[in-house]
Design a protein around this ligand. Structure first.
Ligand code: NAP
Length: 320
């Protein structure tokens, strides 16, 4: 089968298409025929050998988020060949024609979601769900700011928050991103590259501040986020690409909280809740992963360049 292989850490050009042996599922394993693989920013940090949570042994095939059909199962697995599934992690990597997974990593994909959409479920939607509901305990009627709402996690957070009855403000940095933010569930869209946009957000809350912020670029925004919070407000740091200085008094004066999320640290019981919620939302149409670009597997280097560029609009997926 064809797979993307990384033999040395480096720039996007180290992502090469290679012929590799088909994996064979052992007991408790599933072989998935990949119809689409999601490209996440952390794939690029791992490719570069700079991922703070650990880099893979080489050679390596990137990708945790795939969607496709069950090709074969090992002993003791209840999934059936041909069944539509999405993955939450793999053993051999998602950027490939087939991906070997533990049975616990493979979940039924509702018919309402395409394979390309299924490739955008796990990392974006699970991170957004955990941030909003398991960490920030967002409640219907509260106001949420999705700071960086045009990309994978942002769109997921918009749809989840809107379906749960929150007042949703989303930011983007391009016109296409701003229209996507409104289409995908925000009541208000604000450009995070425009002068004075934080004042505009404060105005949208009538000066009360926002209850919850889901933050995609904390090293740029965290200090300002704290000043935008309501009393007992919560910021969840999803993404950060460096250090930042904050004033702890902004937290004290609001009795506020700063929380961090790391998807790899989600306990099994919480993960089961997340899958149940996401599958229900995909089935009833509340959750509709936005696929911004579908590229062939061989274009993995281009996908890695694009996912790190400004002007996000949903997910980039690779189609083997
Ligand atoms: P993505 O699809 O590339 O989207 C990035 C988002 O950040 C876009 O909406 C982008 O908006 C926005 N952004 C750019 N500049 C910004 C600014 N100054 N202020 C606010 N937002 C800004 O990435 P993603 O998949 O959504 O992931 C977002 C971040 O979370 C990444 O750093 C990723 O590594 C991290 N992440 C962490 C976890 C975890 O477990 N902690 C899980 C998933 C993702 P424009 O392009 O429109 O400017």
């Amino acid at each position: 089968m064809k797979a993307i292989r990384v033999s040395a850490f480096g720039g996007p050009e180290v992502l090469e298409v290679r012929e590799v042996p088909d994996p064979r599922p052992q007991a408790g394993e599933v072989l998935v025929r990949v119809r689409a693989a999601g490209v996440n920013p952390y794939d690029t940090y791992m490719r570069a050998g700079t991922y703070a949570s650990g880099n893979p042994p080489l050679p390596w095939t990137p990708g945790s988020d795939a969607a496709g059909t069950v090709e074969a199962v090992g002993a003791g697995v209840e999934l059936k060949p041909g069944q539509r599934v999405y993955t939450a992690g793999t053993i051999t990597g998602a950027y490939a024609e087939k991906a070997l997974c533990k049975a616990s990593q493979v979940h039924p994909l509702p018919d309402a979601a395409s394979f390309a959409q299924g490739a955008g479920v796990w990392v974006p939607y699970a991170t957004a769900y955990r941030s909003l509901f398991q960490l920030a305990h967002a409640r219907p009627g509260e106001t949420v700011l999705v700071h960086g709402a045009s990309g994978g996690v942002g769109v997921a957070a918009l749809q989840l928050a809107r379906a749960a009855g929150l007042v949703v403000i989303g930011t983007a940095g391009s016109d296409a991103g701003l229209s996507a933010v409104l289409m995908e569930g925000a009541h208000h869209a604000v450009n995070h590259r425009s002068e004075g946009y934080r004042t505009k957000i404060q105005g949208l809350t009538g000066g009360a501040g926002v209850d919850v912020i889901v933050e995609m670029l904390a090293n740029v925004n965290l200090a300002h986020d704290l000043a935008m919070l309501a009393h007992r407000g919560r910021v969840v740091v999803v993404g950060s690409r460096g250090p930042i200085e904050i004033n702890p008094r902004e937290i004290m004066s609001r009795e506020a909280a700063v929380l961090g999320v790391l998807l790899w640290r989600v306990p099994d019981r919480d993960a089961a809740e997340i899958h149940a919620a996401l599958q229900a939302g995909l089935a009833n149409g509340a959750l509709r992963p936005l696929v911004g670009a579908e590229l062939p597997l061989a274009s993995a280097p281009e996908a890695h360049r694009r996912v790190m560029e400004p002007g996000a609009r949903g997910k980039i997926v690779l189609v083997p």
